[in-house]
Design a protein around this ligand. Structure first.
Ligand SMILES: [Zn+2]
Length: 232
């Protein structure tokens, strides 16, 4: 996964992961024992989105809860008519505003495979998004970035993606991204770090915004990664 990263970037990731381990608390759920190796794998992957943003992006909460496998919490929701419903859905990860990040270890373990899907990056992208309140696909932008450019790129991209998914046209991005603008941001963040070429091909304006937001250009790593793979 780190094949395309420079030595300086790897060193920064290492330092961020150490800081992450120092500031966050890992808890196993359902009696699951979280080993040091597991905390390292999670901390390192969680450090990728904040490589150029710093640990400040993950301020205001401390817990990472790890389930052995997918979990199905029972929740009570109240609908628009005030009627309570008990719902239970299968999840492999969750991010709570000002609360914990919840991960299923079996999906986290495989997150290092480069397939455009990465549960850890997904949940921590939600955390970045939640810095300004509810997750809505609009994280706090940096000075010099344009809110209208972000909004235009993401709203057009989201509509186009919804349309493609409803017609069954798959382009290598999980259709879960069509669930909401918040999921579009989180899923595209996964793809941005693992398969940036897919976003650049289909949503170049979204790619430019993500590049400015994360202050990283994973496409440059892709060519190094391919070179590395050929040399193995
Ligand atoms: Zn999500």
């Amino acid at each position: 996964m780190l094949a395309g990263y420079s030595e300086d970037e790897k060193q920064s990731l290492r330092e961020l992961a150490i800081l992450f381990l120092h500031h966050k608390i890992f808890e196993g759920a359902n009696g699951f024992v979280v080993t040091q190796a597991m905390t390292l794998i999670i901390a390192l992957q969680a450090s990728i989105p904040i490589l150029k943003l710093g640990l400040e992006g993950y301020q205001g909460w401390v817990s990472v809860i790890v389930y052995p496998a997918g979990f199905a919490p029972k929740r009570v929701i109240v609908d628009e008519f005030g009627v309570q419903h008990s719902v239970q859905s299968n999840l492999s990860g969750e991010a709570w505003q000002r609360g914990p990040v919840v991960l299923a270890w079996n999906d986290t373990e495989h997150a290092g495979i480069i397939d455009g899907h990465n549960l850890v990056i997904h949940e921590f992208a939600h955390k970045l998004d939640m810095q300004t309140g509810d997750a809505n696909g609009f994280p706090p932008l940096h000075t010099g970035m344009s809110s209208s450019a972000w909004f235009e790129a993401f709203s057009k991209g989201f509509k186009d993606f919804e349309h493609r998914c409803s017609r069954g046209k798959h382009i290598g991005i999980n259709c879960y991204a069509a669930a909401s603008p918040a999921e579009y941001f989180a899923v595209l963040s996964e793809v941005f770090f693992e398969r940036p070429d897919i976003i650049l091909q289909h949503y170049p304006k979204v790619y430019q915004q993500l590049r400015q937001y994360y202050r990283q250009d994973p496409l440059t790593r892709l060519s190094k990664r391919n070179l590395h793979a050929r040399n193995i």
